[in-house]
Write a protein that binds this ligand. Structure first.
Ligand code: PLP
Length: 425
């Protein structure tokens, strides 16, 4: 892989920060080293001394004075070593990426911890996109991605998708305007990457099938583009075995995968991680060196302690409990939808995630219904147009999330919505 051709001039120009490198040296240094070097504050002046955090199983995570000093101090940019090594093992167990044994310059798998997967994604976009670059994605798409991409001035090409995710023939047709060798000629502006949310997509709830993934990966090889696999709902797949990921098929080192602990541990702690070829992870880390410096040491230590206490088995058992909860929530929303919206709307049953994408029949654009009338009746949903490149275009769809409401509230919400739809027809 020629990674240089995917980088913006800004990303290529990033150099390691001398102070950050010194800081990392200091963290690893024996106690006998006297540091007059970095601007790390003296932790004895911090007002927090110890903490004990109780987990749902009644156990505790302790921050004694020493641990607290570390938690409140600057740490390594890519992430604290114990969390990184735990996550690396997890990725190997779940995805067994072919790149794990590659030489570092040839796409070897690497990881960095980011402040949520959004932080990682945003840095991936800023690393790769110049104004006018072509990028591929399947709309409707997570609005956080759209709002990160649009200001960068790239040309977003929509690839058609259905309830099984991206349709490979649509991708083939789009790519047929180029020849495979065009990727070597910058003037041809071949697409730099394909972005997709493969499981329980936000907003549609759709999941991409493994057969389609394989076809898409082969097209990525042929036309030499990167695949950005934004997969925060991977751990919310309702059926086992979980789908093989793009990372698991990545023989070239062209997949950048973003994972998130938001949906399974906590969204407020802001812990996500980016997995991909070392050469590109290094660029993201250099960006972090001048942006966040690193993800909060306190939250990384909290999560690391929890993960070590649980072990991989305990972590996956927790994930199974979370999945059971959301499966029941999904079923409850479907019951309410069947009861009140049958004949008025249509939808697919999601196999992962937190969302159902509902099309209201006979209403060309539901924006007013959802944004004005529904709010007056005290129900909040997101109108479909917010998830399109052209958000001014009409859409008969809306996104309903089954994460927060109780089954009783879901029932009331769809009863009210059904009344509104009937009034509007
Ligand atoms: C598809 C998608 N990507 C990324 C994110 C950002 O998640 P995080 O909390 O890890 O930043 C979300 C959040 O909802 C999402 O739905």
């Amino acid at each position: 892989m020629n990674y240089a051709r995917f980088l913006t001039a800004t990303s290529a120009a990033r150099r390691p920060s001398a102070i950050r490198m010194l800081n990392e040296l200091l963290i690893r240094a024996p106690k006998s080293v006297i540091s007059l070097a970095t601007g790390s504050p003296n932790p004895s002046m911090f007002p927090f001394k110890t903490a004990v955090i109780t987990t749902e199983d009644g156990k505790t995570i302790q921050f004694d004075e020493e641990m607290m000093k570390r938690a409140l101090q600057y740490s390594q940019t890519a992430g604290i070593p114990e969390l990184l090594s735990w996550l690396k093992q997890l990725q190997v167990k779940l995805h067994n990426p072919p790149t794990i044994h590659y030489p570092s310059s040839q796409g070897q798998m690497d990881i960095c911890v980011t402040s949520g997967s959004q932080d990682g994604l945003n840095k991936v976009f800023e690393m790769t996109i110049n104004r006018g670059d072509n990028v591929l994605l399947n709309e409707p798409v997570y609005s956080g991605t759209l709002h990160a991409l649009l200001p960068l001035g790239c040309n977003i090409i929509n690839v058609c998708s259905d309830e099984y995710g991206i349709i490979p023939n649509s991708l083939k047709e789009i790519l047929s305007k180029w020849k495979p060798e065009d990727s070597k000629n910058p003037k041809k502006n071949t697409p730099k990457f394909l972005y997709t949310i493969p499981n329980g997509s936000n907003p549609t709830g759709n999941s991409l099938t493994s057969d389609r993934k394989k076809e898409i990966y082969e097209l990525a090889r042929k036309y030499d583009f990167l695949i950005i696999e934004d997969d925060p709902y991977y751990f919310l797949q309702f059926n086992k075995p979980w789908a093989p990921t793009f990372l698991s098929m990545d023989v070239d080192g062209r997949v950048i995968r973003t994972d998130s602990f938001s949906k399974i541990l906590s969204s407020g702690l802001r812990i996500g991680f980016v997995t991909g070829p070392k050469t590109l992870i290094e660029r993201i880390v250099l960006h972090m060196q001048v942006a966040t410096l690193h993800t909060s040491t306190f939250t990384q230590l909290l999560v690391a302690q929890l993960l070590y206490q649980w072990g991989e088995e305990g972590f996956l058992a927790h994930v199974d409990r979370v999945i059971d909860f959301y499966r029941n929530q999904k079923d409850a929303l479907l019951v309410a939808a069947e009861k009140w919206l049958s004949g008025l709307a249509e939808w697919h049953v999601p196999t992962a995630g937190m969302f159902i994408w509902i099309k209201i029949k006979g209403i060309y654009d539901v924006k007013k219904l959802i944004k004005e009338k529904a709010i007056k009746k005290e129900i909040l949903m997101v109108p479909g147009n917010d998830f399109y490149i052209d958000s001014s275009a009409p859409s008969p769809y809306f996104r309903a999330s089954f994460s927060l409401a109780s089954p009783e509230q879901m029932d009331v919400a769809f009863q009210r919505l059904a009344e509104l739809i009937k009034e509007s027809l």
